[in-house]
Design a protein around this ligand. Structure first.
Ligand code: NAP
Length: 263
């Protein structure tokens, strides 16, 4: 299937590792001009060089924190200056820590709010008006299967990601007439550094070995295994494509069947 992504300009936030990196790589492989960001400049530069080398397409990279609105604005402006337009924006950020309600302080809530919701708002504010000018655009938010079925121990994620979905669904209505779609992708358990970190923190808290934590997750998933970042990225690339032109306002789980709900 030709996804029609050749020559499109795509931003992927928080993309030096894990799901963001896999989505960036897939979009570049499909022919998009790519711009990526993350906080650690060295890892980001290595990722950008790797993607450019393997796909042969240009990759702009800028080290920044997605919770910094001015840095996000400058980044999006730099992408437009380099590639002439913005067609696709995939929002993403690192996930908040696993905590019980009792141990969660007000500053933990504020930090998770900035990471998950405000970062999405910052990218949406900068990219949607630019997409609107071209009467074409794709805004894709990366959240979690937790927006469909809360995950025990991930209080901050369960609570604040729901607001991201509310935002995405509302933007889908507001911008549809301009040829822009807004969809949300909800990863289940996917093998990345984030999941390794979660397994270690559960292991430290419960005394259970990390391998047992992974085995427990696998038992919950009808597919019987964790997902790969590449399986997740394929869905992002499809949503970003010409072929997904009539998908709007959806929240798509990429979770091996983990979420048991009908919709
Ligand atoms: P990951 O492997 O830890 O990668 C996170 C990426 O985000 C890195 O490139 C990191 O680079 C960057 N990043 C983190 N905080 C940032 C910030 N404030 N500003 C800019 N870049 C930032 O995580 P992942 O597994 O890909 O997960 C991505 C998102 O999906 C997270 O929100 C996670 O909670 C969620 N999720 C993951 C899974 C899963 O199973 N993997 C499941 C459900 C939801 P720097 O640290 O250098 O900034």
């Amino acid at each position: 299937m030709d996804l029609g992504l050749t020559g499109r300009v795509a931003i992927v936030a928080a993309a030096s590792k894990g799901l963001g990196r896999a989505a960036a790589e897939e979009l570049s492989r499909e022919g998009a001009h790519l711009a990526i960001c993350a906080r650690t400049a060295s890892t980001l530069a290595e990722t950008a060089a790797h993607i450019q080398k393997t796909t042969g397409h240009q990759v702009l990279h800028q080290a920044l924190d997605v919770t910094d609105s001015e840095a996000v604005a400058a980044f999006v402006a730099a992408v437009e200056a380099r590639f002439g337009r913005i067609d696709i924006c995939v929002t993403n950020c690192g996930g908040p820590p696993s905590k019980s309600f009792k141990s969660t302080k007000p500053e933990d809530w504020r930090s998770a709010f900035d990471q998950l919701l405000m970062s999405t708002i910052f990218f949406a504010r900068e990219t949607l008006p630019r997409m609107q000018r071209n009467k074409w655009g794709r805004l894709i938010t990366i959240t979690s299967s937790a927006v469909k079925q809360p995950v025990d121990g991930l209080l901050l994620s369960n609570s604040i990601r729901a607001a991201v979905v509310g935002l995405a669904r509302t933007l889908a209505n507001e911008y549809a007439a301009d040829g822009i779609t807004v969809n949300n992708v909800c990863p289940g358990y996917t093998r990345t550094a984030r999941l390794d970190g979660l397994a270690s923190s559960i292991s430290a808290r419960t005394g259970c070995k990390a391998e047992e934590v992974f085995a427990g997750w696998e038992r919950e998933i009808p597919a019987g295994r964790l997902g790969t970042p590449q399986e997740f990225a394929a869905v992002v690339a499809f949503l970003a494509s010409e072929r997904a032109s009539y998908m709007n306002g959806a929240s798509i789980a990429v979770d091996g069947g983990l979420v048991r709900s009908l919709l």
